[in-house]
Design a protein around this ligand. Structure first.
Ligand code: C5J
Length: 220
């Protein structure tokens, strides 16, 4: 076990029981012409964390620790997408409609793939999740339990939506959660900052937060 300097106090990193979760680093959120763009967001903010996220993934791969990738993704017939979700936001294009990278948030479409620099390698778990949280309708909890994972390190987008929802879901299932603050981003900087404060408040009511450099300095 290694104590990682973190807020609100050091995080106990337990090799062999810790997995990295990279949330939704898919083209739909990060590149022009995708779902995030269709909602009027500045996607360049999200692209800026790709190098730090790649370094974080490399650290886990070097140590042969598990890496899990998620994608927000729906079946082609949208049977797993509530109509309320399709309607929400008055976007220029709705979920399932055809954009510059194929059908938005639909499994198998070009826009639904993880960006090239973070592409999963063989043996890594890739979860297609219909909700914001990574445990809803995915079976991930059972997969993690089967390999005795108790600690989760989080990266990805967006901080206050899918990352925070997944982290809270993980917290409720008993995982010890650490968010890497420069490997997560929001379309709204103030929401990222507020989310970090919510996580660490009250003695880490949701978990811990630390920069990538602190993790890199403490681990092999
Ligand atoms: C959103 C996500 N923001 N991955 N999804 O709709 O955070």
């Amino acid at each position: 076990m290694t104590a990682i300097p973190a807020r609100p106090y050091p995080y106990d990193f337990v090799p062999g029981h810790t997995a990295l979760v990279v949330i939704d680093m898919q083209r739909d959120f990060i590149e022009t012409g995708g779902f995030g763009d269709s909602l009027g967001n500045d996607v360049a903010r999200l692209e800026a964390i790709v190098p730090a996220t790649a370094r974080l993934i490399a650290l886990f791969r070097r140590n042969r620790w598990p890496v899990i990738h998620t994608r927000e993704a729906h079946k082609p017939d949208l049977s797993d997408c509530p109509p309320s979700k399709i309607r929400r936001g008055n976007p220029s294009l709705h979920i399932g409609e055809v954009g510059a990278m194929g059908r938005l948030l639909v499994m198998g479409e070009p826009g639904n793939q993880i960006v090239d620099d973070l592409r999963p390698v063989e043996g890594e778990i890739v979860i297609d999740k219909p909700g914001k949280g990574m445990f809803w309708a995915t079976g991930l909890h059972e997969q993690l339990q089967a390999v005795a994972i108790t600690h989760l390190v989080f990266a990805g987008v967006t901080t206050e939506v899918c990352v925070q929802t997944s982290m809270r879901e993980a917290n409720d299932r008993g995982y010890e959660c650490l968010l890497i603050e420069d490997a997560t981003e929001s379309y709204f900087p103030e929401f990222k900052a507020a989310t970090i404060e919510m996580i660490v408040a009250q003695g880490g009511i949701v978990g811990w937060v630390t920069p990538l450099s602190a993790l890199e300095a403490a681990l092999p």
